[in-house]
Design a protein. Structure first.
Ligand SMILES: Cc1cc2nc3c(=O)[nH]c(=O)nc-3n(C[C@H](O)[C@H](O)[C@H](O)COP(=O)(O)OP(=O)(O)OC[C@H]3O[C@@H](n4cnc5c(N)ncnc54)[C@H](O)[C@@H]3O)c2cc1C
Length: 441
């Protein structure tokens, strides 16, 4: 069985690693950029390891990476972000983020009665009996709830930080999605971990797996431009080659881009409901210092401005040269603008808020800056998981391809959905292959 995988991000590499591990498969991963990893790619600059995206793994002990570690024999180490150094800033005051019961008891974000209420809510989510799962959105649940405004704000803030969206958007996430997500996360004993060496530690091993099978290859700088079906085979045209023939195709790229590629094909209609899905964008401000400028905490979330800073090097010492420090600032962005000028102004104000936060907690940071990277519209999730969007299933009726990526149905959010849907697409293809083999023998 000859397979084409279109997209060399986390989802495509995961699917290819599973498939290339199976006998009787051959295939190609097509990637349009010069590098692999997609939005999770990692690069070196002046001795710092920078992530295009962040590499926080939420609930690693209950994460799809656990299956991949075992099934693909991946080797990686992770380190937990120190929960006691994770703080929220509200109206200028710093207080422990209510990540676990110890922090909940210490935090000033809630009063004693509210703490009791919030702990009861967590217990109900863990026990799968929270009413939230019956509500269309978090907003509808909060509107009906008799909880205090601080507890409501905390729910919005939690969802906002785990889904990388604004609190307004957090209110639009489905109650069932949130109940499922936190059922998993609250049961985890490792809520936020970093993979040492960042995502590259994982992607390099996936690439190695694929390369270990000589019947598989990876074609970078080779975007797929069209696909047609002829006599039961798929014929791909890429930027550099014509008429490449495959038995099966997996799309591992954002659904909006899949739609563009298939716009004039017979399958465009089936993808139509997904083409206008909106994505999640953030402003990212990476800054590496030649020395540790200050280390008041490892993560600070500014609840007033919806901006947070992670001291990545406080947890993952491998990403900096000796004695250095790497911070990543992220601002959640609104996306309702009247015009480009208004958007530009808004992004400028967010950059200034971020720099003001650096000024407050990392005085003199400008003097010690060795590397800096600002991205004003980084796509975190290709489909924002709000009730008006629709995640793409791995398989669509009447469409002969499989799909994976963080905009597809799967377990978890963000990178986990890329991993889990990539793994599911490969398993689906292998099980279909086994069924066909059984029928023909
Ligand atoms: C700033 C930021 C912070 C983030 N933080 C976190 C975090 O802390 N934790 C977490 O879990 N996740 C995080 N994420 C999300 C995570 O990075 C993504 O969910 C994940 O990388 C998506 O992987 P993917 O394979 O689905 O898609 P992609 O990475 O987009 O991969 C798709 C690939 O397809 C390629 N492609 C597109 N069209 C074609 C074509 N025609 N032919 C060939 N190739 C094509 C693209 O070049 C790309 O490489 C973050 C992302 C960002 C940007």
């Amino acid at each position: 069985m000859k397979i084409a995988i279109i997209g060399g991000g986390l989802a495509g590499l995961t699917a290819a690693a599973y498939l290339s591990d199976s006998p009787d498969t051959e295939g190609t991963v097509f990637e349009r950029s010069p590098q692999l990893g997609g939005r999770a790619f990692t690069y070196e600059k002046s001795g710092f390891t920078l992530n295009y995206g962040a590499h926080a793994v939420y609930g690693i002990d209950r994460h799809t990476l656990q299956h991949m570690e075992e099934e693909l024999e991946l080797k990686f180490q992770s380190k937990q972000v120190d929960k006691r150094k994770v703080v929220y800033a509200k109206h200028g005051n710093l207080t422990p983020a209510p990540l676990d019961f110890v922090n909940i008891m210490k935090t000033d974000v809630l009063t004693t009665m509210e703490k009791v209420r919030f702990v009861a809510e967590i217990a109900a989510v863990i026990g799968n009996i929270h009413q939230l799962k019956h509500y269309r959105t978090l907003g509808e649940y909060l509107d009906k709830s008799n909880a205090s405004s601080d507890v409501k704000e905390l729910w919005e803030h939690l969802v906002s930080s785990n889904f990388f969206i604004t609190p307004d958007d957090a209110r639009k996430v489905s109650g069932e999605v949130i109940a499922d997500y936190y059922h998993n996360l609250f049961l985890s004993s490792k809520p936020v971990n970093y993979i040492l060496g960042s995502w590259a530690t994982i992607t390099e091993q996936l690439v190695q797996k694929i390369n270990d099978n000589e019947k598989w290859d990876i074609a970078v700088k080779e975007p797929v431009e069209s696909i047609v079906m002829e006599n039961g085979k798929f014929i791909l045209k890429t930027k550099t080659r014509e008429a490449l023939e495959y038995d099966q195709v997996i799309f591992a790229m954002p659904v909006q881009q899949v739609y563009k590629l298939l716009e004039s094909s017979p399958w465009a209609g089936a993808l139509e409901p997904f083409k206008d899905n909106s994505c999640t964008e953030v402003l990212v401000y990476d800054v590496g210092f030649s020395k540790v400028v200050a280390r008041p905490f490892h993560y600070i979330s500014d609840m007033d401005n919806k901006v947070f800073i992670s001291d990545v090097s406080a947890t993952d010492y491998t990403v900096v040269p000796v004695g250095g420090q790497l911070l990543q600032g992220i601002a959640y962005l609104n996306d309702d603008f009247q015009d480009e000028d208004q958007k530009k102004e808004y992004l400028e104000s967010k950059t200034q808020q971020m720099e003001a936060l650096f000024d407050t907690y990392y005085p003199d940071w400008r003097e010690h800056t060795a590397v800096k990277r600002v991205s004003k519209k980084a796509m975190v999730s290709s489909v924002k998981n709000i009730h008006t969007n629709k995640l793409l299933p791995s398989k669509l009726p009447g469409v002969p391809f499989l799909f994976c990526g963080d905009g597809c149905e799967g377990k978890g959010e963000l990178a986990e959905r890329a991993f889990s849907s990539g793994r599911a697409a490969a398993q689906m293809m292998l099980s279909d292959k086994a069924k066909t083999k059984a029928l023909t023998h």
